[in-house]
Design a protein. Sequence first.
Length: 256
Amino acid sequence: MAANPPLVSVLMTNYNNGCYILPAVNSVAAQTYPNIELIVIDDGSKDNSPSVIERLARIHDGRFVDFKTHFSSDNLGINAQLNKGIKYVKGPITMIFDSDDALSSRYVSKSVDVLMNQKERNPSIAGVYPNPILIDENGRIIRLGYSRTFDAGLLLGWYEGKEPMSYIPGCGPILTEALKDAFPLNPDIKKHTKYERWARVVMMGHDMFHIDEHLFFYRMTDNNVSGIGKKVGEAHKSGRLQDVDMLRVENYWGST
C-alpha cells in the first residue's frame, strides 16, 4: 500500500434497510484500508434506519476521516439521493455501496491497488469491479457469483433499447472525476439504476477493469429493485442452485 493512500469516499444510500445497514457499515469500518470517508444518506426510511445510522456514527467515531449523515424527509429514490450525495464527496476515488450488502476486509485495499496499477497501463481505465458472493437475507452464503470481463457494448445497449445486462456491481470503486461525468443521474429511473450509471460512465469514454476475485457479499432479498434477489432466492430454495459452504457472513467481517 502507498505511504499516502488516496482518500476513498464511500457513498451509501438507504431506504428501510435498518436490519441490514449495521453489518454494511461495520464491513466498511473493518477495511484494512485506512483512508476512508463514509457518507450515508437515508431516503426517508419509515423503519428504524435513522436511529441505527445515528448509533453507527457514534460507534465508529474516529474510524473514518469523516462520517457524514443526511436524513431526507421524503422518499425520492436512489438516483435523486445520489445526486445530492455526490456533492459531499471529497476523495479522488468513490465507491457507491448498497446498504444491504457487505465487504470483505481487503475489498478497498485490493480495489485501489488494482485500479492504480491498471490506470498506469491503460489511461482509459477509470474503475474496477470484482465478483460477488451471494448471500440470503439472513447473511448465509448461497453461492459464488461471477461477473465478466469488461465489454462496453453490453452496457451501451441501454441506449439502443436492448434488455439491460448489468454485469458490473454497483460498488465498483471508480475515479471520482470519471464518476461525476455521469451526473446528474435521472431521478425518474427507479429500476436498473446501477446499469444506467455505468452506461453513462462508459458513454463518456471511460473503461472498467474486472478483478476476478470474490470480494464482496451481495444480499439476495425480495426487495432487490432489479428483482434478482427474488429469482435467486426461489431457485436456491427449490434446489436449482448448487450450495457452497453455508457459513454466516459475520465469519468474514465481524459484527458490532
